[in-house]
Design a protein. Structure first.
Lengths: 187, 187
DNA sequence: CAGAGTCTTTGACAAAAGTCAAAAAGCAAT
DNA sequence: ATTGCTTTTTGACTTTTGTCAAAGACTCTG
């Protein structure tokens, strides 16, 4: 699924917008296990995962690697600190599979929104979607047990378990790898 | 701090915007422990806490009451499901202190954004701020211990402890009241 | 200020999750 | 198939957190 058809699903882009977008979008291939963005790096591009899977993770001072989240095909991805605040990214972004990523620069993003204000709707829609997901995630982490969170994930994104190692999934769920392994063995 | 001066801090509202806003803003007083929004209710207004404190919380199926978050003076607040998706709210909003709340309807909000597109900037800024906070919160819940989360809160919002009961703070931190009490006694 | 009600702390115990270390399983490349 | 590497599981033990119950402290009201 490419970005433009993805956007078409939501609002009908006129042919000029489509042409303008095609102009500024850069499409790149990356191999599995490629680091896209490292902590400390400035990366002011809005990405869209056309194929593959990105893991966004965080290194604690103790050196522990914690998955903040996975981004699969059809997701928009930014290094928020960089893209919105022009600060260095705190997180690492790496591909876990061969991936195709489309992206546009922050400047082009601002320009196209200025030229086609209808797109603002879409922008806001994406942010609302994000906020909704984050809110669910917060409440899950706040008052569900590890087992409940595991089962939610199994229901909402079963394919993740075929695609990602359990260590990464465990840290995403906020538990240790061993605990996840034990939860899984009990069924 | 009233809404308009609050907004002035960020961008310079022209006098017409200011007049238009003044027109549509409703200012209300609520006593302590007043329920503003109950689960199941449709509430399509954007609120701004001018004075006081709102607690947003969730009732699990087990009947457990978990604080999703606190909204203090100078915060924008909505029942997201209602305001953005026109669905019934899942959360309860209640004042924990006598509060003054300004609000505008969803329709007025849309209209004023259409009439004064400069405001869109501000709208987006508020969402970015929110997303940043939520991301921090998620990582904290994912890989910090209860004690670390307690200490962050103590650092970032020390006044909360003077204003809110420990039971509510405990559920906000994702721990039981007793655990919070024990963390506190060890220092 | 007495008494009801709420909030907070404490104790004893149970359950959940983390840690460390080692074994087992899986995978890829020779 | 064998070797080396990574991932996953298992076991033994520790730490953290939760639960239940009761006691103490605090607050508000009549």
């Amino acid at each position: 699924m490419n970005v433009i058809s993805f956007l078409q699903q939501t609002i009908n882009l006129g042919p000029e917008i489509e042409a303008d977008l095609t102009h500024i979008i850069v499409r790149e291939q990356f191999p599995k296990n490629h680091i896209l963005i490292r902590p400390g790096q400035y990366y002011r591009r809005l990405m869209f995962v056309e194929e593959g899977l990105i893991r966004e993770h965080y290194l604690s001072m103790a050196g522990k690697d914690t998955t903040y989240r996975f981004h699969t095909e059809g997701s928009f991805v930014t290094a928020d600190e960089s893209f919105t605040d022009n600060q260095p990214s705190q997180y690492t972004f790496e591909t876990l599979e061969d991936s195709v990523i489309c992206s546009i620069s922050h400047a082009d993003f601002e320009n196209i929104l200025r030229q086609h204000p209808e797109l603002e709707q879409l922008h806001i829609l994406v942010m609302h979607q994000l906020i909704r997901e984050m809110k669910e995630r917060i409440t899950a982490l706040q008052f569900q047990t590890a087992t409940e969170r595991y089962e939610s994930l199994l229901k909402s994104q079963p394919s993740i378990f075929q695609r990602v190692s359990l260590g990464h999934i465990a840290s995403f769920l906020g538990i240790s790898q061993e605990t996840l392994s034990r939860i899984r063995s009990k069924r």
